[in-house]
Design a binder for this molecule. Structure first.
Ligand SMILES: Cc1cc2nc3c(=O)[nH]c(=O)nc-3n(C[C@H](O)[C@H](O)[C@H](O)COP(=O)(O)OP(=O)(O)OC[C@H]3O[C@@H](n4cnc5c(N)ncnc54)[C@H](O)[C@@H]3O)c2cc1C
Length: 486
């Protein structure tokens, strides 16, 4: 089966029989008609449609080594720098469609799975079956164009409930092994896009490391279809709205976040990638170069989002007639400089990559981690600028329906811009509100700060990437005559 198109994506999502809860009620109807999901599903369907366009075939897909059919380029393990750039250009097409607002567009998890696949050999240390399961699963997702979400992070109560093998532990764990598979129970705090995907990859950090080669029931990895018995998804409040005039962003790009509960879920043996061995968790991430491959995907999204926000800032300033003000120019040039910086970091990662033992080309991690350190602050600063430029116009924006009411004439007169009709001006500021003041923007901001780990973890990653530190220190010691301590 080749890449799927938009209609196939919608059909597959609607066919699932999920235990999905929204605001205290079970969601039973087709998701593509539910107000919390339909805008995002439409957007993602359009993205899948793009990859099936004949004119984009070479840009977005490649021939499956197994079937010869066209499969998504984000599944391609890059054999050289050209492959890496080809993958990036594919992600760019999607990122420029969603303007970076979809943190979990399908190519993100395709990339993650590809990275783990390239490290499948590490699982052979535990069992050749585990390694084969992972390889088979990667090929299955690639050749069927499966849309994946993932769950790594557990709720606080689970993290702090004691060693995983203790009776009272709430940590997600394997609680039984049966002839048909492993039985898993536990909860995950967050699976973004859980219900709008077909399957979920579960790979938690064990809450408690038991060490000494002990079997840790919390150290595991597996992937299952979303509607397997015992899996429950609970949604947060949706920020989605239907009208693309009133809510230009959330009507299109609202990714739902869900809590996922596994209640005695039977995971078939062939979907288990490992169980019990703590060291395999890190090894899969390290040897699969997950942070480098995911970081390369992420920086492309950062660039698309920064370009969009730069455009928005300029458009808002022109509407407010402040685009030539010194204060505006001095602020927007900093965003421009950061955009150049992100592009340079991506170039550095692409040109400074290395070959792995398994024959894959991996982008350089340090520049990508640097982007991950910088972007949350840049994002927050851009949203601050949106608020600052818009001022009261961020707030006072009537609905589209008001322009069709008896107040139409008044609104058209009093809300017109210097060179724009009122309705054109107001939709721009409605977009600004969604980002700078509304729940959609608040969630985007929180996502950008935390989606790739907490601040301390990211800082540690950067610290670990800095290869020249000892050499830099020795220059200081040399200058002050302490060479012996360098
Ligand atoms: C919008 C959104 C979407 C997400 N989507 C997904 C998803 O799809 N799948 C998924 O698996 N996860 C997802 N996440 C979760 C994300 O991976 C986590 O938020 C992130 O890893 C941080 O974990 P945590 O929230 O448990 O916070 P914690 O790690 O508990 O951190 C809480 C706070 O304590 C600080 N802290 C933690 N440890 C230390 C320490 N030792 N010293 C000092 N300070 C410390 C952190 O910096 C942070 O401020 C999402 C998060 C958000 C916000």
């Amino acid at each position: 089966m080749p890449i799927k198109n938009g209609m196939q994506y919608i059909e597959r999502i609607n066919r699932q029989r999920l235990q999905l809860w929204y605001n205290g009620e079970r969601v039973n109807g087709p998701l593509s008609e539910h107000p919390a999901f339909r805008g995002l599903i439409r957007t993602q369907a359009a993205m899948y449609e793009m990859q099936c366009e004949a004119s984009r075939s070479e840009d977005m897909s490649y021939a499956s080594p197994a079937t010869g059919e066209r499969v998504g380029l984000s599944f391609l393990p890059p054999a050289n720098a050209e492959d890496l750039i080809r993958r990036r250009k594919m992600s760019e097409i999607w990122a420029n469609y969603h303007h970076g607002f979809l943190g979990r567009s399908p190519d993100y998890m395709n990339t993650a799975l590809m990275s783990f696949y390239t490290a499948a050999t590490v699982l052979e240390k535990a069992s050749t079956e585990y390694a084969q399961n992972l390889r088979n699963y990667y090929e299955y997702c690639r050749d069927h164009d499966i849309t994946l979400s993932h769950a790594f992070v557990q709720p606080m109560a689970s993290k702090w409930s004691g060693p995983a093998d203790a009776e009272e532990s709430l940590a997600a764990k394997v609680i039984e092994t049966r002839p048909e598979g492993r039985v898993v129970s536990g909860a995950f705090l967050m699976a973004t896009q859980g219900p709008t995907c077909e399957e979920i990859l579960v790979l938690p950090t064990p809450s408690f490391m038991m060490g000494d080669g002990q079997v840790n029931p919390s150290a595991f990895a597996f992937a299952v279809p979303n509607d397997l018995e015992g899996i429950t998804f609970i949604c947060r409040e949706s920020h989605a709205h239907d009208s693309s005039y009133d809510h230009p962003l959330s009507s299109r790009y609202e990714e739902m976040d869900t809590m996922v509960i596994f209640d005695r879920v039977l995971v078939p043996h062939d979907r288990v990638f490992f169980v019990g061995e703590e060291r395999l968790y890190d090894q899969l991430f390290q040897e699969g170069h997950f942070h480098a491959y995911a970081g390369h995907h992420i920086i492309t999204r950062y660039i698309a989002k920064t370009e969009f926000l730069l455009g928005l800032l300029q458009a808002l300033a022109e509407e407010q007639n402040t685009d030539t003000e010194n204060s505006f120019v001095s602020q927007i040039v900093k965003v421009m400089a950061m955009l150049e910086n992100l592009k340079a970091l991506r170039l550095a990662a692409e040109t400074g990559g290395t070959m792995t033992e398994s024959g894959c080309y991996v982008p350089a991690l340090a520049p990508l981690t640097a982007a991950g350190i910088q972007f949350p602050d840049l994002h927050e600063e851009m949203l601050r600028m949106v608020r600052s430029i818009s001022a009261s116009q961020l707030i006072m924006n009537p609905f589209e329906a008001d322009f069709n009411s008896e107040n139409q004439t008044s609104l058209e007169v009093y809300l017109q811009g210097l060179s724009s009709p009122a309705k054109d001006r107001i939709i721009l500021f409605r977009l600004a509100w969604e980002l700078g003041g509304g729940a959609f923007g608040g969630r985007q901001n929180q996502f950008e700060r935390f989606f790739f780990g907490n601040g301390k973890t990211i800082a540690n990653r950067m610290y670990g990437c800095c290869e020249g530190l000892d050499e830099y220190k020795s220059r200081v010691y040399h200058l002050i005559g302490r060479d012996e301590q360098s």
